[in-house]
Design a protein around this ligand. Structure first.
Ligand SMILES: Cc1cc2nc3c(=O)[nH]c(=O)nc-3n(C[C@H](O)[C@H](O)[C@H](O)COP(=O)(O)OP(=O)(O)OC[C@H]3O[C@@H](n4cnc5c(N)ncnc54)[C@H](O)[C@@H]3O)c2cc1C
Length: 303
């Protein structure tokens, strides 16, 4: 690691002033589970580290009517064990419950997972499926962008050098809506996704027809991917006549994975279709009010 100065702002305002002053010369430290590894491996270097980990004003889960707001310093452990999120944000709880190990979930933050911008980032995929918006702040003010516009490439986001990601917002799941997240890693724990899928569906009031759907695929493209053709296939379809094999095939066709140390592209393509089918199936069951414990990735391993 190179030598750097560590700054510890005591408020968000102070942190934003530091960001404005140092710009890209400074790196932001939240939980450090990605950043410290990169600094130690000398993949990145910095002269200033802005340690925002003590800013409690960015650590919250709030349910404002139908809107859920999560501060970006909130840990994965807190999200997957928050009772107010269980039914209202199922895919996100499932994604956070499957990140790393208890230590990583206690230390790692949702903001860090998003800004690190790995195509395999588990919370990113769930938030894409939930149609989340990201609140970004600088000394010049606030802007809000859809999750889909935030990810530009591996490690690249729409965040400017003087900005911080401060909050995530999305609509709580309604009674006719359901969502699910599934991932496959090389082990059951402490494993970055080889491939992952998240789904969200909204059924008609009589639970018979799919009105809207989102299907998202992880680790199979340069960014967390919306499988838009698969989503179109689902819209307007009667639940009884839905061919889940077609969903699997379509998701596979929409993926464009690479081969790396974790998996071959061929295996990823095959697996992501299966995960998408399971996520859609589970989301449909949940939207129809059926309990599918044991079918989904499940909220397991939370502290
Ligand atoms: C052993 C291990 C296992 C892991 N397993 C998984 C896994 O299963 N799934 C998964 O998705 N990830 C996994 N990760 C990756 C990592 O734990 C997560 O991405 C974590 O959420 C990062 O959060 P952090 O708070 O530690 O981020 P940091 O390391 O502190 O920061 C990450 C990046 O985000 C920037 N940043 C952080 N917060 C903000 C903010 N509010 N505004 C602007 N920039 C910000 C930092 O400058 C840095 O560039 C794993 C990591 C390890 C070491």
């Amino acid at each position: 690691m190179n030598e750097f100065a560590v700054l510890r702002p005591s408020s968000l305002r102070e942190a934003l002033n530091m960001k404005a002053k140092y710009g890209k010369r400074a790196k932001v430290l939240a939980g450090g589970t990605d950043l410290v590894v990169q600094l130690k491996r000398k993949n990145i270097s910095t002269s200033v580290l802005i340690d925002i980990s003590r800013l409690d004003e960015l650590r919250f889960v709030k349910v404002d009517g139908h809107v859920i707001r999560i501060g970006t310093l909130t840990s994965h452990s807190k999200i997957c064990s928050d009772p107010s999120l269980m039914r209202k944000a199922e895919p996100l709880c499932e994604a956070c419950a499957q990140i790393g190990s208890p230590q990583i979930r206690n230390r790692g933050t949702i903001g860090g997972n998003l800004v690190n911008a790995s195509p395999a980032a588990d919370s990113a995929l769930a938030l894409l499926a939930l149609g989340a918006e990201f609140v970004i702040e600088s000394t010049a003010g606030q802007r809000i962008i859809p999750a889909q516009e935030f990810f530009l490439g591996p490690g690249e986001t729409a965040l400017r050098e003087n900005e911080l990601l401060t909050e995530i917002k999305f609509k709580a799941l309604e009674p006719t809506e359901g969502g699910a997240f599934f991932k496959l890693g090389r082990r059951n724990a402490l494993a970055i996704s080889i491939a992952s899928a998240a789904a969200w569906v909204k059924l008609s009031a009589d639970f018979r027809v799919v009105e809207e759907a989102k299907v998202c695929l992880g680790a199979v493209a340069p960014v967390p991917l919306r499988a838009v053709r698969t989503e179109e296939m689902l819209k307007g379809v009667k639940v009884d006549s839905l061919e889940l094999r077609d969903i699997e095939k379509s998701a596979t066709e929409e993926s464009s994975p690479i081969t790396d140390i974790r998996s071959s592209a061929q295996y990823r393509r095959m697996v992501v279709g299966v995960l998408a089918r399971r996520a859609v199936e589970s989301a449909l069951r949940r939207a129809a009010g059926q309990i599918d414990a044991g079918v989904s990735g499940g909220v397991v391993g939370c502290d």
